[in-house]
Ligand binder design. Structure first.
Ligand code: FAD
Length: 384
């Protein structure tokens, strides 16, 4: 049984049916689909690979690849280029409904229910006193009820972000993703992610420990930091992002946590869809291949697929509290397409801190300082 039908839950259901076409898979969600979800809607290349592995790449239909990416430092240093592989931007109201449709077409049974209770006994997990399964995947998002019922601690504020997003008319010209680190609330950033269909998802995010305002304050900051964007006020929506710099146990007994419920959000970029798809898929695999000890199997699979990358991302996320590191990283990326790709990958899914990146940081900082000297803003470096 899978609780939560976002990317993590849909991936778990799809993978279970893919591995064992006869498996009985209930996919339980409190919402009706399509439903909205506060998100930047950005899908990196590794998320696309996951969709392909699940046989669900068709969910991208109608949304073109977005090839351009522009990164900006708090002091205005910019670097722009086309990463080795493009990103996609698909409103979650569309993406998640398509994934659920793919899961039900594959044979999962969608049920609408808000789960409140969980018991484990005699090799079975019972949910709300009525539904029973040998293994439950808890994929119920950043405020996971399943995680709370298991007694797994929630993220502390230093490893939790809050972000607001809205939909605005896309800027004219070739669609390009913009990620601009900003001083207000550092480490914080704004983004503009055009879908390629005339709309852009725009937003602002920062650590919970750095934010003491209310919703109106979040909206004000987004407005001030991206003054050209005019998001539809009705589309403004905020939510938490549990960063993987805090790593809870990924479940207990026969209950496995996936996606945001397992704090699998990249602390450098806020990307979570890739990790949700990957962890959902691996949870299903563990449940089917080792039903008597799924948690041990799941831990092994997660560690192999994501462990080292997430450790490196956490180290950088801590280091980036010094804004000079962000300047140095961008300065290094401006001088080398390869380092630009390494930096992008650290935010999107698989890269590691390489000796080459470390060696390039002092030169990168000097380059960034030269570019922004005097004016506080600098010219764009172009890597490709
Ligand atoms: C503003 C913002 C911007 C972001 N931008 C990006 C981005 O551009 N790219 C990216 O990759 N990631 C981004 N993220 C992170 C991304 O949104 C999440 O990592 C991703 O949604 C995690 O997927 P999930 O399936 O784990 O959880 P969710 O997508 O949250 O799905 C959880 C599901 O569980 C259901 N549910 C909850 N409680 C219960 C219950 N008790 N019973 C039954 N069902 C329940 C909910 O209805 C929901 O459908 C962003 C997050 C925020 C907040």
């Amino acid at each position: 049984m899978v609780v939560g039908a976002g990317p993590a839950g849909a991936a778990a259901a799809l993978e279970a049916r893919r591995l064992r076409p006869g498996a009985s898979v209930a996919l339980v969600d409190k919402a009706d689909f399509p439903r909205d979800k506060a998100c930047g809607d950005g899908l990196g290349p590794h998320a696309v690979d996951e969709l392909e592995a699940l046989g669900a790449a068709g969910v991208l239909e109608g949304y073109p690849p977005i090839r351009g990416l522009r990164l900006r430092s708090p002091r205005g240093m910019e670097v722009a280029g086309d990463p080795a592989r493009p990103n996609y931007v698909i409103p979650r109201s569309v993406l998640d409904a398509r994934l659920v449709e793919a899961a039900t077409a594959a044979g999962a049974q969608l049920r609408r229910a808000s789960v409140r209770r969980l018991e484990q006994h005699d090799g079975l997990v019972t949910v709300d006193g009525e539904l029973a399964a040998r293994v439950v995947v808890g994929a119920d998002g950043a405020n996971s009820t399943i995680r709370r019922l298991l007694g797994v601690a929630s993220n502390p504020d230093r490893a939790l972000a809050i972000a607001v997003r809205g939909y605005a008319p896309a800027p004219a010209g070739r669609p390009e993703q913009l990620i601009a680190w900003v001083a207000e609330g550092w480490p914080a950033y704004v983004w503009s992610f055009p879908t390629g269909t005339g709309v852009a998802n725009v937003g602002y995010g920062l650590l919970r420990s750095r934010f003491h305002g209310d919703r109106a304050e979040l909206h004000r900051r987004l407005h001030d930091l991206l003054p050209w964007a005019e998001p539809d006020p009705a589309s403004l929506r905020a939510h938490h992002l549990p960063f993987s710099s805090f790593r809870p146990p990924p479940g207990r007994g026969r209950v496995l946590l996936a996606g945001d419920a397992a704090s699998l959000v990249n602390p450098l970029s806020g990307e979570g869809i890739y990790y949700a798809l990957a962890s959902g898929r691996l949870a299903a695999r563990a449940a089917l291949t080792e039903p008597d000890d799924p948690l041990a199997a799941y831990r092994r699979l997660l560690a192999k697929a994501l462990g080292r990358h997430l450790r490196h991302a956490a180290v950088l996320a801590r280091a980036i509290h010094a804004p000079a590191l962000a300047e140095a990283g961008l300065g290094a990326a401006a001088g080398s397409p390869r380092l630009f790709d390494t930096l992008v990958e650290l935010g999107l899914g698989q890269a590691r801190i390489t000796p080459r990146l470390l060696a390039a940081l002092p030169r990168g900082l000097a380059r960034a300082r030269t570019a922004t000297r005097g004016t506080g803003s600098g010219p764009a470096g172009r890597t490709r």
